[in-house]
Design a protein around this ligand. Structure first.
Ligand code: ZN
Length: 305
């Protein structure tokens, strides 16, 4: 027992130290590319240079719509080569197909193809296991921008992250799905069915909700108390499809009081958010709880092919 708790203590200390070191490194502007590790020239180097030299889609979006948030996290070439899914442009795509038959989603989007042999997995690993929440937020904002431009998600009124068990959250220090939810929520248009902030008291507002760049008001509420974990589940990472389904079966619950509050506030369409979709077992489990009461769309950073 003693051994276990001192292990745990050391892990917490190490985690804290690592976060402090990351902060110090950023303070002195020695930033490295989250994918290849190459040193970035300046705080905004990766993003701005891509825009100027190549005029890429990604670059244009970031320059116009993400001014002075937290700079780029990728070098020029990694930024230009992100294996984007473009799912946000299509109402029929592989993410929707993956969930078909188990639950009904209105739309589904993912930022990039998560290939286990690709360095782009670092985007999620650094964020989720390395505690680089700024990186996760940055990638999520990028996805939110794409989803907003495409227009297929303009009916979404609230964003719901897949919940993490409190023990896991305590150990990690944050819920990665909630960070992704915040980044996306900030960038989605708030115009449609606009839900008043007061009506979403239990939820938490993303920093939007105001005119952004003089155009459509952005920012949707992030609702963290609608879904909850009923029980602690072991990591899904090394499990086969069938095991994943059994592992999460009945693992989640939904609070009827919160359903009622959101319905009264006029929320009819929610966006369920997670970090990565693999077999879709976790997401399907959550969608099944939400779909009797809401239209459900889904968004993740990574999509495992
Ligand atoms: Zn790079």
């Amino acid at each position: 027992m003693m051994g276990k708790s001192s292990n745990w203590l050391w892990r917490r200390i190490w985690c804290g130290l690592r976060l402090a070191l990351t902060g110090l490194r950023d303070l002195f502007f020695v930033r490295e590319c989250a994918v290849c590790g190459e040193e970035l020239e300046s705080e905004h180097g990766g993003v701005r240079q891509t825009v100027e030299s190549e005029g890429q889609d990604t670059g244009r979006l970031l320059q116009e719509d993400v001014p002075a948030t937290d700079g780029g996290h990728l070098c020029d070439s990694c930024m230009a080569d992100i294996p984007l899914t473009y799912f946000w442009n299509y109402s029929g795509n592989a993410a929707i197909d993956r969930l078909a038959g188990r639950c009904h989603v209105y739309n589904a989007a993912a930022l990039f193809f998560y290939r286990h042999d690709s360095d782009y997995c670092e985007l999620v690993r650094r964020f989720k296991y390395g505690g680089d929440t700024a990186l996760g937020l940055w990638a999520a904002r990028m996805l939110g921008e794409y989803m907003a431009v495409g227009g297929l998600y303009s009916g979404v009124q609230a964003v719901v992250p897949v919940p993490l068990h409190w023990r896991k959250r305590f150990r990690r220090g944050f819920n990665q799905a909630e960070i992704v939810a915040r980044g996306i929520a900030e960038r989605l248009p708030a115009g449609y069915g606009s839900v008043a902030a007061d009506d979403c008291r239990g939820g938490d507002w993303a920093s939007g909700g105001c005119a952004f760049g003089g155009r459509v008001p952005r920012g949707l509420p992030v609702v963290t108390n609608l879904l909850f974990r009923r029980r602690y589940t072991r990591t899904q990472t090394r499990r086969q499809a069938g095991q994943r389904v059994r592992n999460v079966a009945g693992a989640f619950g939904i609070r009827s009081r919160e359903i009622e509050r959101l319905r009264v506030a006029g929320v009819r369409h929610v966006l369920l958010v997670d970090d990565v979709v693999t077999t879709g077992a976790t997401i399907a489990e959550c969608v099944r709880l939400l779909e009797p009461c809401f239209t459900v769309s889904v968004a993740t950073l990574g999509f495992v092919e």
